[in-house]
Design a binder for this molecule. Structure first.
Ligand code: IPE
Ligand code: IPE
Ligand code: MG
Length: 232
C-alpha cells in the first residue's frame, strides 16, 4: 500500500487574518507563518514525503501594498540565510520556482546560491513557489516549446513532452494539495499539475497549521480513493 503521498503541496493562506485577529499588522502574520513552514517541512520529511511544495507568493500578490511585498521578500531572504544549514543537515534540497525575472537581483543571487548548495539533498525536495501563477507557467512553457522546437516540432508534442517546459519539469504532480484558512479555491496555482490531485481544505489559519494538522491531512489522504476516471 502506497498511502504516503509522494508530493504534498500547500497553499499557505490566512496570515493576514491571523495577525488582524490579534490586533497586529498583516506582516506580523507572515513572520509567524515561517514557523509553520518549519513545522510542516519537518513533519513531511519525517513521514517520508519526497516533495513538499509551498505557494509563498503569487503573481497576483504583486498587487498588494508595496510595504507588505517588501516585508514578504525580506522574510524570504532571512529564511534562506537562517535555514540553509538546517536544510543541509537534514538532506533537503531547495528549489524556488516562479517568474524569477520579477525578483530583486540580490534575492535571485541568494536563491541561486542556496539551490546550488543544497542540490545534493536526497531525503526531500522543498519547493517554494515565488512570483508564480499557473497561467503564467503554462504560457511560458508554450513560448519556450515553440522557441525550441519550432511550429513543426510542437505539432506532435504530447502532454508528457509539454510538461517538461513547465517550471516543475522533473517534479511529480502533487498527490495532495492542502489549502488553509477555509478558502476553497485554487487561486491560479498549479493548474496543469493538479489535474488529478486530491484537495484538502483546512479551516486553520496558516500560522496555526502545525505538525499535528499536517499529519491529519496525511491521514485523510490515506483514506481517499483515487480512480483517475476508471471504474473499480
Ligand atoms: C497567505 O496569507 C500569504 C500570502 C498570500 C503571501 P494572506 O496574506 O493571504 O492572509 P489572508 O488571506 O489575507 O488572511
Ligand atoms: C494564494 O493566497 C496565494 C498564496 C498563498 C501565496 P491569496 O490570499 O493571495 O489568494 P486569494 O486572493 O484569497 O484567492
Ligand atoms: Mg489570503
Amino acid at each position: 500500500m502506497n498511502r504516503i503521498p509522494q508530493h504534498v503541496s500547500i497553499i499557505m493562506d490566512g496570515n493576514g487574518r491571523w495577525a488582524q485577529a490579534r490586533g497586529r499588522e498583516r506582516v506580523f502574520g507572515h513572520a509567524a507563518g515561517v514557523e509553520s513552514v518549519r513545522a510542516c517541512s519537518e513533519a513531511a520529511a519525517e513521514a517520508g514525503v519526497k516533495y513538499l511544495s509551498l505557494y509563498a507568493f503569487s503573481e497576483e500578490n504583486w498587487n498588494r501594498p508595496e510595504s507588505e511585498i517588501h516585508r514578504l521578500m525580506e522574510l524570504m531572504m532571512e529564511a534562506i540565510r537562517n535555514e540553509t544549514k538546517t536544510l543541509l543537515k537534514n538532506g533537503i534540497r531547495l528549489r524556488v520556482l516562479g517568474n524569477r525575472a520579477r525578483l530583486d537581483e540580490s534575492l535571485n543571487r541568494a536563491i541561486d546560491a542556496v539551490e546550488e548548495e543544497t542540490a545534493s539533498g536526497s531525503r526531500m525536495t522543498l519547493v517554494i513557489f515565488l512570483s508564480y501563477s499557473g497561467k503564467w507557467d503554462i504560457l511560458q512553457a508554450a513560448r519556450r516549446a515553440v522557441a525550441e522546437r519550432g511550429a513543426e516540432g510542437i505539432a506532435d508534442m504530447d502532454q508528457e513532452a509539454f510538461s517538461q517546459y513547465l517550471v516543475t519539469a522533473g517534479i511529480p504532480d502533487p498527490d495532495l494539495l492542502i489549502r488553509t484558512s477555509g478558502e476553497q479555491r485554487i487561486s491560479n496555482y498549479l493548474l496543469w499539475q493538479c489535474a488529478y490531485t486530491e484537495f484538502y481544505f483546512s479551516p486553520l489559519l496558516w500560522p496555526d497549521f502545525g505538525k499535528e494538522a499536517f499529519r491529519e491531512a496525511l491521514e485523510e489522504y490515506a483514506r481517499r480513493d483515487r480512480r483517475y476516471g476508471k471504474v473499480k
